[in-house]
Structures are given as C-alpha cells and as structure tokens.
Design a protein around this ligand. Structure first.
Ligand SMILES: CC(C)=CC(=O)SCCNC(=O)CCNC(=O)[C@H](O)C(C)(C)COP(=O)(O)OP(=O)(O)OC[C@H]1O[C@@H](n2cnc3c(N)ncnc32)[C@H](O)[C@@H]1OP(=O)(O)O
Length: 287
C-alpha cells in the first residue's frame, strides 16, 4: 500500500493553476504526488502532476522534486526511486511560459536551473517510467534518470537502473517526442519530430518498453528488486556506473576498482558472497 510522504510545497503559476484546480494537496505538494510503494515500502514513488501544462518543469515543481528526492535519499527504508508522469505526459521540458520573459541577467545571476541536477546526484538508483510526452531529454529524461543503462544482471553488486517507456501502440497517441542528446533536443525544438517508444529503445534511450497499463507496476517491481540488495553497495555501483559515463575509460575503471575494493570493508559484501556460495538468499543489513 503506497504510504503518502509529507513535504512542504511552493509553486509556479500557469493559466489553470491560478484557479481552484491547482491548490496544494493535503500532503503539501502542488505538483507532485509522493508515496512509498512496493510490498515493503522500499520504493520511493514520485508522480509529476501538473496536467494543465503537461508536467512542464517549472521552478516550483523542481523545488518539490528536489525535496522529495532529498527525503527519499535520507529514508533508510527506500532503496530505489521511480519517477513517473501523468496520463498524457511524462514532462514537456522546462516551463516555456516561465522562461519566456527572463533576461540573461536573471538566468545567469539568478542561477536559473542551478538546482536541477539534484536529480542526477541522487545516490539511490532512479527509474524513469515514461508515459507519454518526454520533451527535452537532457532535462526530462536523461537527467531524471541518471543511471540510464541497464548493466548486466541485478545482483548484489551490479544493479541496473533503467528508464522505462510504454508501447506507443496502447492509445496510439503515447509517443516520445524526439529529444535525445543535446543535438537532437535542438532538432526536436526545430522540427517537433516525434519518435515511438520502440525507436527510442533502438536508440538506447530506454531500456524496456511496456504497455501503458503495465508500465508503473513494472518500474516499481524493478525498483523493488534493486532495493532488496545492499543499499550501501548499490550506491557504490551507481557511483561507479556514473564515473564510467563522466570520465575517461581508464579513470572509470580505476574508480570501479577502488569501489569494488571498498565493498570488502562491508558486511554486505561478505554476506552476499557467502549466500551465493551457500546457495541461499542473502540477508543484507546495509552495513
Ligand atoms: C531544459 C531547458 C533548458 C529547456 C527546455 O526544456 S525548452 C522546453 C522544451 N519543451 C518544449 O518545447 C515542449 C513544448 N510543448 C509542446 O511542444 C507541446 O505542448 C507538446 C508537443 C508537448 C504537446 O502538444 P499538445 O498539442 O498535445 O498540447 P498543448 O496544447 O501544446 O499543451 C497543453 C498545455 O500545456 C502547456 N505546455 C506544454 N508544454 C509546455 C511547456 N514546456 N511550458 C509551459 N507550458 C507548456 C501548453 O501551453 C498548454 O497550456 P495552455 O492551453 O494553458 O496554453
């Protein structure tokens, strides 16, 4: 049973949101629904809910998202996080109406977007369950899903964290807007071209494709599986995978090796290997 998580809220203003429809929820959030999910409450579930603007990422939404991520990061029960959207959109990129009137001075001086990479710095694996539009991927997909590729099998030392998207077949209009890397994001802005979930998968953008009605369950179940591993070692694995993306091959390998050596200082490494040899389920203590 999902457990609501209480967080403070602040907000943006868009046409329909000034009316009664966009009031704060009792939980305190205006633009998100934040819950714990999974049979053991080990999955932090964040649903972007700003339907009037197709979940465009305004500053208020991003502030709530940061707080939700901070809360899940600090929550010892939570081992992985799922971020999803609403029926029509995962997220329509940054809020154009909010950006429209900004000057360079306001952007640069006011450190516009400064806190947005919190999504990328979360140490717990994050899965993006992408339903519908996902525009401007550097923000709304890749950045929301900092460990973008499934790497090997999910064992105690190598958990995958995968972006997931539904099949475009269900409903017909469920499409990903083309917004891949920096250059394709630009192409998207210029052409408005769209790609299907299958094409996105072929381009390495997403790891798994599900029918819309199965998407969230699949993402939660994947997150639960990750969360059942040692949280300590999972964090090391994520750090290592990120290093592989952010540094040279040699530096990535060095980081991975160092972190692997470091696992030998943990009880969970010993328990994981012992359980493997004894052919039993490991009992991790996150220590
Ligand atoms: C990250 C950085 C630095 C930059 C960026 O992200 S730039 C922004 C990139 N995003 C976009 O360019 C997407 C803009 N949106 C669209 O192209 C379309 O909305 C769509 C293709 C995603 C969906 O089209 P559709 O016809 O189905 O829906 P609309 O009528 O266009 O939208 C419904 C409703 O949502 C508002 N909306 C949509 N996207 C944004 C946005 N990014 N910022 C603010 N508001 C947005 C849209 O205005 C409309 O609301 P109103 O009817 O009240 O105007």
């Amino acid at each position: 049973v999902p457990v609501p998580v209480l967080l403070a809220a602040r907000g943006c203003s868009s046409a329909g949101e000034r009316g009664s429809g966009r009031r704060e929820r009792p939980s305190g959030q205006r633009f998100l629904q934040v819950q714990k999910a999974g049979s053991k409450g080990s999955v932090g579930l964040i649903r972007l809910q700003r339907p009037q603007a197709l979940n465009a990422l305004c500053e208020g939404l991003m502030a709530e998202l940061r707080r939700a991520l901070d809360a899940f990061e600090a929550d010892a029960q939570v081992g992985a996080i799922v971020i999803t959207g609403s029926d029509k959109a995962f997220a329509a990129g940054a809020d154009i109406k909010e950006m429209q009137g900004k000057s360079f001075q306001q952007c640069y001086g006011g450190a516009f977007l400064a806190g947005w990479d919190r999504v990328a710095t979360v140490r717990k694996p994050t899965i993006a369950a992408v339903n519908g539009y996902a525009v401007s991927v550097p923000v709304s997909l890749r950045a929301l899903c900092r460990v973008p590729h499934a790497r090997g099998r999910d064992s105690w030392r190598s958990p995958p964290a995968v972006p997931i998207t539904p099949s475009p077949g269900a409903g017909g209009t469920q499409r990903l807007t083309r917004a891949v890397g920096k250059s394709l994001a630009m192409e998207m802005v210029l052409t408005g071209e769209r790609i299907s979930a299958a094409e996105a998968k072929a381009a390495g953008l997403v790891s798994k494709v599900f029918p819309v009605d199965k998407l969230l369950d699949a993402a939660i179940s994947c997150a639960e599986k990750i969360a059942s591993n040692s949280k300590l070692v999972v964090a090391m694995a994520k750090e290592s995978v990120n290093a592989a993306f952010e540094t040279t091959l040699a530096e990535g390998n060095r980081t991975e090796k160092r972190l692997f050596y470091a696992t030998f200082a943990t009880d969970d490494r010993k328990e994981g290997m012992t359980a493997f040899v004894e052919k039993r389920k490991a009992n991790f203590t996150d220590s």
